[in-house]
Design a protein around this ligand. Structure first.
Ligand SMILES: Nc1ncnc2c1ncn2[C@@H]1O[C@H](COP(=O)(O)OP(=O)(O)OP(=O)(O)O)[C@@H](O)[C@H]1O
Length: 233
């Protein structure tokens, strides 16, 4: 049975204005594929995710690296933002003043599952880094889209939590592309790895054909450090 192609890049240039980040990029994202996107800082992971997001438009839930949260607003309102475009401006304004009961219940269940129980009314400005990260994930999950695109959504959580959050994301999305630095997670929980290095896609392979050493080779300063012991940036 053939697998549907969701996005295809064919020798394309990705970059910012005159600055080419990835030249001649050729790759395909198939439906049902869980892809780990790896590579050193500044190599172009966010650039590639942004290009995927443009192509997938409303089909993709998006969890950005900087979280994109509104610090003065409560956790509830930040998560609700995942579905702002589904309601009228008037309905959204009303919800800001007085949360809708159905939305509150749904967001409460989601936040409980993410370990944010009891925090729905707390402004994001008063959360820890890891809690903010989970609010950003909650907002992306609340979008309830076909594909999950995450830019290091597991960067500021501990290794045990990273596994749990990843399981939640993947249970709700058959297809995902997630940038991360935890290479053992990539090997354990994904189907495919895209590896970037020196402005090119140097690795595009099923996980079962790869070893930790293959992933280490993506990083010029690779050391034998593994999950949780390498920086999460
Ligand atoms: N808005 C922008 N305008 C111009 N150049 C940019 C812009 N955003 C990123 N860049 C540059 O593009 C290159 C790739 O950046 P990108 O953010 O995609 O890398 P990354 O792999 O996601 O990095 P990190 O792991 O640090 O988040 C870098 O050289 C960066 O300086």
């Amino acid at each position: 049975m053939s697998v549907a192609t969701l996005v295809r890049f064919d020798a394309e240039r990705l970059g910012h204005a005159q600055h080419t980040v990835l030249a001649e990029l050729t790759l395909t994202l198939h439906a049902g594929e869980r892809v780990a996107l790896l590579g050193p800082s500044g190599v172009g992971k966010s650039t590639l995710l942004a290009a995927l997001r443009r192509r997938l438009a409303q089909r993709a839930a998006w969890c950005p690296q900087e979280h994109g949260l509104v610090p003065p607003l409560a956790v509830y309102h930040n998560v609700y933002m995942g579905r702002l475009e589904r309601h009228s401006a008037l309905a959204n304004l009303g919800n800001l003043l007085r949360p809708r009961r159905d939305a509150w219940r749904e967001i409460q269940i989601l936040c409980d599952a993410l370990g944010l129980d009891g925090l729905l009314k707390r402004p994001v400005s008063r959360l820890s880094g890891g809690q903010r990260q989970r609010v950003a994930i909650a907002r992306a999950l609340y979008q309830a889209r076909e594909v999950f695109l995450g830019d290091e959504p597991l960067a500021s959580v501990d290794p045990h939590q990273a596994e749990r959050l990843l399981a939640m994301i993947q249970a709700r999305h058959a297809t995902c592309v997630i940038a991360l630095h935890q290479r053992e997670l990539a090997l354990r929980h994904f189907d495919r790895v895209w590896g970037l290095r020196d402005g090119r896609l140097v690795l595009d392979a099923p996980v079962h054909t790869l070893t930790l050493a293959d992933l280490d080779a993506l990083y010029p300063d690779a050391s034998p450090l593994t999950d949780g012991s390498r920086d999460g940036s």
